[in-house]
Ligand binder design. Structure first.
Ligand code: SF4
Length: 163
């Protein structure tokens, strides 16, 4: 049975930067939890970041790919540079996918680590832009198929056809 990495905040872990969760409710999540498929991960806390922590965004003009290649960085709301921790969280996420043999991931949209198609614009204005979080990009580079919560039905269909 295929395992699914899941952003821990989606299943109620209070690990977001503000100390909250982002709990999702969906029958498929309940089913997959009962089946033991879900493997929770939080790239940021796995990398040793505290909760709560300063909000962080991938700097304007940079992509997750840039960050992983050492060409881009993250900034936090207090003027810090948490780039190294985000890269470490991405590395640990890939390691977890390998150890747990997870080929799929369901992640939190908009996050600088877990975003799948949308991230903040890097100016702390609340605006979004197209892009991926650093861990989501690293997982995709490692061959993991990453889905957003809004695409949970697509993930279910994909699981039905996976070898
Ligand atoms: S890093 Fe991912 S799992 Fe952790 S709080 Fe942010 S969105 Fe949730």
């Amino acid at each position: 049975m295929d395992r699914i990495l899941i952003s821990a905040c989606l299943i109620g872990w209070p690990v977001r930067y503000d100390g909250a969760a982002k709990t999702a409710h969906h029958p498929l999540l309940e089913q997959w939890a009962e089946e033991g498929r879900l493997v929770p991960l939080c790239p940021e806390t796995m990398a040793g970041m505290t909760t709560p922590r300063a909000a962080a965004e991938i700097a304007a003009g940079a992509s997750a790919e840039d960050v992983l290649a050492g060409r881009g960085r993250l900034v936090d709301a207090e003027g810090g540079d948490p780039t190294a921790a985000f890269v470490e969280g991405a590395r640990l996420s890939v390691a977890m996918a390998r150890v747990r043999r997870a080929r799929f991931a369901l992640m939190t949209e908009g996050s600088p680590s877990c975003g799948t198609t949308l991230i903040a614009d890097g100016t702390f204005s609340g605006k979004k832009r197209f892009g991926e979080g650093v861990a989501a990009r690293a997982l995709r580079d490692a061959g993991v198929e990453v889905f957003a919560l809004d695409d949970i039905e697509a993930l279910s269909r994909r699981l039905d056809t996976a070898d």
